[in-house]
Design a binder for this molecule. Structure first.
Ligand SMILES: Cc1ncc(C[n+]2csc(CCOP(=O)(O)OP(=O)(O)O)c2C)c(N)n1
Length: 332
């Protein structure tokens, strides 16, 4: 399909939602960065500035009852999946009103009621769980899809290979989304992989591997929709590689000095938010004042979320031993 036809098919309303969601993620990330640097926020943070199109494009292609499993870089996925600023901000402040009652923090965003498992920070740790979830959907004859987000570094973990093999063998309704941002912490991909595309690894397991432009939310959406729909219809798993870049450090105060200036400048030109903004202007779907209104609205929502978090209660010492195990009925 031609790019112009894709824009037409999506229409103004959907494209505006994509834009707004990406700005929500970027603004959230920028705001918490300062709160963290000012020492107002405990713990650590792993941010996804630059990767917004991946989270929004993929999550917009999911059904409400599908389940996403994220990794240590979970902020964008959570916002794209519909978790609120309030529950996320409170989680970062370690408050009881947070999505994990303040016990998880940045690396463990999630809310199963909103279709997102709590983030799993062990690199490659969520993939086997996604296979299990997908298999359970299949055995229960539910038309649901389980989807994993992970980085290119995780594709070197044993769990990646075991998971893709098992998902392939059991034809599990799952999608494995690799956000290839070229750096695993401070290490460039060229130092840890001899192949160019992570998607090529799908061949070893007899499943389809696909590549999308992770800086273009429209491209991500259409590719994600295709493989999610395929999984839902019984077509089995896919490895979807999104070529992307993070415009921030790996975590905490990382100034990101290991990435050459020229490389940063090159990717900055592909900024997913700036690109969609240009498209929306070109198509006369929005004007400068509409963008301004969105920015003001989001900033206001963030102010409210920070206040909500700051005023929320801290967990009590005795809460430490709660929620260690989930009581669940295991269906026969
Ligand atoms: C099994 C394991 N090894 C090491 C770490 C420490 N660690 C946290 S994130 C990270 C880099 C992961 O890179 P990648 O999978 O490409 O994801 P990205 O950070 O680029 O999003 C490492 C080594 C960990 N959390 N788990």
């Amino acid at each position: 399909m031609k790019y112009s036809d894709k824009i037409k098919e999506l229409g103004k309303e959907k494209l505006l939602t994509f834009y707004r969601k990406m700005v929500e993620i970027r603004s959230f990330e920028e705001r918490i960065r300062f709160l963290f640097l000012e020492g107002k926020m405990p713990g650590t943070i792993h941010q996804c500035i630059g990767q917004e199109a991946c989270a929004v494009g993929v999550c917009s292609a999911l059904a409400e009852d599908d389940v996403v499993a994220s990794n240590h870089r979970s902020h964008g996925h959570a916002i794209a999946r519909g978790l609120s600023f309030n529950e996320l901000m409170a989680e970062l402040y370690g408050k009881t009103t947070g999505c994990c009652k303040g016990k998880g923090g940045s690396m463990h965003f999630g809310n199963l009621e909103k279709g997102m498992l709590t983030g799993i920070a062990i690199v490659g740790g969520n993939l086997p769980i996604v296979v299990g979830m997908g298999l359970s959907f299949k055995l229960r004859k539910q038309k649901r899809v389980a989807l994993s987000f992970f980085g290119e570094g995780a594709s070197n973990e044993g769990s990646f290979h075991e998971s893709l093999n098992m998902a392939a063998v059991y034809n599990v309704p799952s999608v494995f989304v690799c956000e290839n941002n070229l750096y695993g912490a401070s290490t460039n991909i060229g130092k840890m992989l001899k192949i160019k595309n992570i998607a090529d690894r799908a061949q070893s397991y007899g499943i389809e591997g696909m590549i999308a432009d992770g800086m273009d939310v429209i491209d991500v959406y259409f590719n994600a929709k295709k493989v999610i729909d395929k999984a839902r219809k019984g077509g089995g798993p896919t490895l979807l590689e999104l070529k992307t870049f993070r415009f921030c450090g790996h975590s905490r105060r990382d100034p990101c000095n290991y990435i050459p200036k020229e490389e940063k400048e090159l990717w900055a030109k592909k900024d997913p938010i700036g690109s969609l903004k240009k498209t929306l202007l070109k198509e006369n779907m929005m004007d400068a004042s509409d963008f301004k209104k969105i920015d003001i609205q989001i900033e206001k929502e963030l102010d409210e979320a920070i206040l909500f978090a700051q005023e929320s209660p801290d967990p009590r010492p005795e809460d430490t031993f709660e929620d260690l195990y989930v009581s669940m009925e295991v269906p026969r």
